[in-house]
Design a protein around this ligand. Structure first.
Ligand SMILES: [Ca+2]
Length: 458
């Protein structure tokens, strides 16, 4: 719809320009809307002040929520890292996207890093689409969709510049002695011989702000898949010190400190966008890539009131806090309950930037919801499959949530409008809904050679 409105606007401007024979003005040559997608790693649904957190202090993110819109029913692509990122980048859910797990379910001996499946040439990413539309593209953080020398290497998947980890396992170390800068290794001498001196997040931050300054007068897409607050649990001393009087364990102190490190970066990001005068033409998204790795029940309650955590297809494994911010465009201080998920990010960003999306996406543009407009009640199916525990599947349809644990498991059904915590399986009382979801599941996915269902043990 927005594309249509923009198109009619363009046509009317074009016609009026033609009639008046006006020269191209400076206004028309202005840069387009920038997009920053900041996605942190393993942050839970309940970890932000604006989503109910009481112990960990997130003042900048709370301010972001006050100036932007909080979406309460947004889902990541998967309950773990790599497939969630694959869904995000390709706009295809885990029944269609190339990378459906952190490791393949079968042996793939020809890969440089066994089992880590890269994106292929035919997998089109958001970054490739935006780059083709004239955007400068940068990524700083953890990629996870292709090692060096593979077809999924980030410079081959649309990023002009990238800095960070392409290997997920190495990203567990926040004090590595090298990371990647494009196709070269970037040595971190301060961390040589296992000395923990330079926290890698500080480098991600430095590269982020260098990119921002260099491209503030252009149109840019910046993808920030930061590695906090993922295990290893290590915050810098200054951020741990914020919680020194709490009497928490070392891990809890570090976890809270890591979330606060993210928060400080968000503050700096908002300040810089204001300082450069580009906040009103930059759409900033903030979310997590999957649910909380640890629930920290009775301390942080990182999954909030939701069931499960990372590696579950229950809500606690896949639902993420989502804040969208663009002063003057995205309504300030609003809470929006419209349900959407990572496959929607590609068509939405395409809509924001007036870029032609790929045809094979499983998502829709949720730009109207982001702009505070009514969207028709959602009656589409949202889909997840997860292979680490066997073959788990989840479907969200309207307010229904269907879950199947294991290849031959029976469908559990929850009514999220009454039972967000997925405590009462109402499958027996709703045979028609069960039937509808089971029918959908027959069509939900295409086979994957790397994650063959037949190979699953349960
Ligand atoms: Ca993760």
């Amino acid at each position: 719809m927005y594309r249509l409105i923009l198109y009619s606007l363009f046509v009317s401007i074009f016609i009026s320009c033609k009639e008046q024979r006006a020269p191209i003005t400076e206004t028309e040559a202005k840069p387009k809307t920038n997009v920053i997608f900041l996605m942190v790693d393993d942050l839970g649904y309940g970890d932000l002040g604006s989503f109910g957190q009481e112990e960990i202090k997130t003042p900048a993110l709370d301010q972001l929520a006050k100036e932007g819109t909080r979406f309460t029913q947004v889902y990541a692509g998967s309950p773990v890292c790599a497939p969630s990122r694959s869904v995000l980048m390709t706009g295809q859910h885990t029944g269609h996207t190339k990378v459906r797990g952190n490791f393949a379910a079968i042996e793939v001996p020809e890969l440089p890093i066994a089992g880590r499946i890269p994106l292929a040439a035919e997998d089109t990413t958001i970054a490739e689409l935006l780059k083709a539309n004239g955007y400068v593209t940068g990524m700083f953080g953890k990629w996870g969709l292709g090692e060096a020398t593979t077809s999924g290497e980030p410079n081959l998947k649309g990023f002009d510049e990238w800095f960070g980890f392409n290997n997920q396992r190495r990203a567990h170390n926040h004090y590595p002695d090298y990371v990647w800068h494009n196709q070269d290794t970037f040595k971190i001498e301060a961390n040589a011989d296992h000395v923990e001196s330079k926290h890698v997040h500080e480098l991600f931050s430095e590269f982020t702000f260098k990119f921002l300054e260099a491209n503030k007068d252009t149109s840019f897409f910046m993808y920030l898949p930061y590695t906090l607050p993922h295990d290893d649990f290590k915050a810098t001393e200054a951020f741990k010190a914020l919680y020194a009087d709490k009497g928490w364990s070392e891990q809890e102190l570090n976890y809270a400190g890591m979330v606060s490190m993210i928060d400080a970066d968000v503050q700096k990001l908002m300040d810089k966008l204001e300082e450069y005068g580009i906040a009103d033409r930059t759409m900033l998204f903030f979310c997590s890539d999957n649910g909380a790795a640890n629930r920290y029940d009775d301390i942080f309650n990182s999954s909030g009131a939701l069931k499960g955590r990372k590696r579950d297809v229950y809500e606690g494994g896949i639902r993420t806090p989502m804040i969208v911010w663009m002063p003057g465009t995205v309504p300030a201080g609003k809470i929006n309950n419209y349900p959407w998920y990572f496959p929607d990010v590609l068509p939405t960003i395409c809509d924001v930037t007036n870029t032609e999306p790929t045809k094979n996406t499983d998502g829709i543009s949720v730009l109207p919801a982001i702009l505070g407009k009514e969207m028709p009640e959602s009656d589409r199916f949202m889909y997840w499959e997860f292979h680490e525990n066997g073959y788990d599947r989840a479907v969200r349809w309207k307010n229904w949530k269907g879950v199947i644990i294991g290849k031959d498991g029976a469908l559990e059904l929850y009514d999220l409008s009454k039972d967000e915590a997925e405590e009462n399986n109402v499958a027996a009382e709703n045979p028609e809904v069960v039937k509808t979801i089971m029918e959908y599941l027959k069509t939900a996915r295409s086979p994957s050679i790397y994650w063959p269902v037949e190979a699953q043990s349960n």
